[in-house]
Design a protein around this ligand. Structure first.
Ligand SMILES: Nc1nc2c(ncn2[C@@H]2O[C@H](COP(=O)(O)OP(=O)(O)OP(=O)(O)O)[C@@H](O)[C@H]2O)c(=O)[nH]1
Ligand SMILES: [Zn+2]
Length: 371
């Protein structure tokens, strides 16, 4: 696309796909325009339209018709809005179907799912090459990212603190088949060129990783300037005004669109069978209707899951995701067992203290580390 054709919407990722999606939405009696959500403060949104930045709320009808929290717009969503004449405000009428969604499960009498960020192409999973290095944690982040529909990329940061990053890359590659793994140092400006494939105009990238892994530093490095740090979002001050024009979705100098929200930073990790069951409650419920209680949903007679797949009530993609996640969790469980066995054999506490991590010590370290 030439520079002249770049409108604010394109800058934020608008393309053929989204215009097709917008065209396919049921016709409205009002003239609606597309917009992307750049920040959310409970019921208030900041959006980008062709005209620039605006604030927005959803219509009463939208709110009434929403079945769950995940039906509400989130950062990264594309929506159709009605601009209010002569104001820099708009009302959101429609949500365009999401390409990906990072969600958070919420406990409660009725479990609900909230969308943390939507339409992310790539998630950078950040893990530092120091004593915080933890393969098991990376695995859990991977599951969360796979579940979202975005593509994971693993960044091993703080390479300047590590003498043999290759060792760690192999360890990660063992558990992250086919996932790109890169070694970078934000502080020493090393390895940025490897990320260029993901940091392209119109693509949306998010960062996740534990506290202190180096996310803010990486962000500043990638943007070549001090970006606004994400602090806890203050929704409104005492007078009910927004205290900040803080954005959670912004364009990097190279053109990529970066999502940095507190929710994304503290991504919920998959740590239990229960979490898995909750996340795939629809499939668990179906399984209970299978004729055999130990049905593997393969060739068994009276399989409710296969039936649902055939008549389309269960999305084939969702089922594939379920199977994949199940495999991943089984893999993690096997590794945890093995790690426990090793732990019982030796107690290598002193290795942890020796600052640099050696190949033989890493498993011990992974085990000792609180997840
Ligand atoms: N040596 C070295 N230190 C780094 C590097 N990147 C970040 N750090 C340091 O690691 C510490 C944590 O970095 P942050 O960028 O604040 O980490 P974060 O992931 O944003 O942490 P939270 O804001 O708590 O989520 C800081 O002291 C950084 O200076 C690096 O590449 N090399
Ligand atoms: Zn079955």
């Amino acid at each position: 696309m030439t520079k002249q054709e770049m409108t604010p919407l394109h800058t934020y990722g608008w393309n053929e796909h989204w215009s097709l999606m917008a065209e396919q939405m049921p016709k409205q009696d009002k003239e609606l325009v597309p917009a992307r959500v750049t920040a959310q403060f409970s019921k208030q949104y900041r959006i980008i339209t062709q005209e620039g930045e605006q604030t927005a709320v959803v219509t009463g009808k939208y709110e009434y018709e929403a079945g769950s929290k995940s039906d509400f717009p989130a950062v990264g969503d594309w929506v159709l809005v009605e601009p209010l004449q002569g104001e820099s405000r708009a009302v959101i009428h429609k949500l365009l179907p999401r390409k990906s969604a990072v969600t958070r499960r919420e406990a409660g009498s009725v479990p609900d799912e909230q969308v943390i960020a939507a339409n992310i192409d790539t998630v950078f999973i950040i893990n530092a090459l120091n004593k915080d290095f933890n393969v098991r944690r990376i695995e859990r982040y991977l599951i969360a990212v796979w579940e979202s529909g975005a593509a994971p990329v693993i960044l091993l940061t703080k390479a300047d603190l590590c003498e043999s990053p290759e060792t760690y890359v192999s360890l990660v590659e063992e558990v992250a088949l086919g996932v790109p793994v890169f070694v970078v140092s934000s502080l020493k400006d090393q390895g940025k060129e490897q990320l260029q494939d993901y940091l392209v105009q119109g693509k949306t990238v998010a960062i996740t990783g534990t506290s202190g892994a180096g996310k803010s530093t990486l962000l500043n490095w990638l943007s070549g300037q001090e970006m606004q740090r994400v602090q806890g979002i203050r929704e409104e001050d005492a007078r009910g005004r927004h205290t900040t024009t803080h954005r959670e979705l912004f364009v990097l100098p190279g053109g990529a669109i970066m999502v940095d929200t507190p929710g994304m930073r503290e991504l919920q990790l998959w740590d239990s069978e229960e979490g898995f069951e909750t996340a795939f409650a629809d499939i668990s419920t179906l399984s209970q209707q299978c004729r055999f209680h130990d049905c593997r949903h393969e060739t068994e007679a009276g399989c409710a899951v296969r039936e649902a797949l055939q008549d389309g009530t269960l999305d084939a993609k969702r089922y594939a995701n379920y199977k994949k996640t199940e495999r991943e969790l089984a893999h993690i469980a096997r590794k945890e067992k093995a790690s426990t066995r090793r732990q019982n054999k030796s107690s290598g506490k002193s290795l942890r203290k020796s600052g640099r991590v050696h190949q033989g010590a890493y498993q011990q370290l992974l085990y000792d580390e609180e997840l």
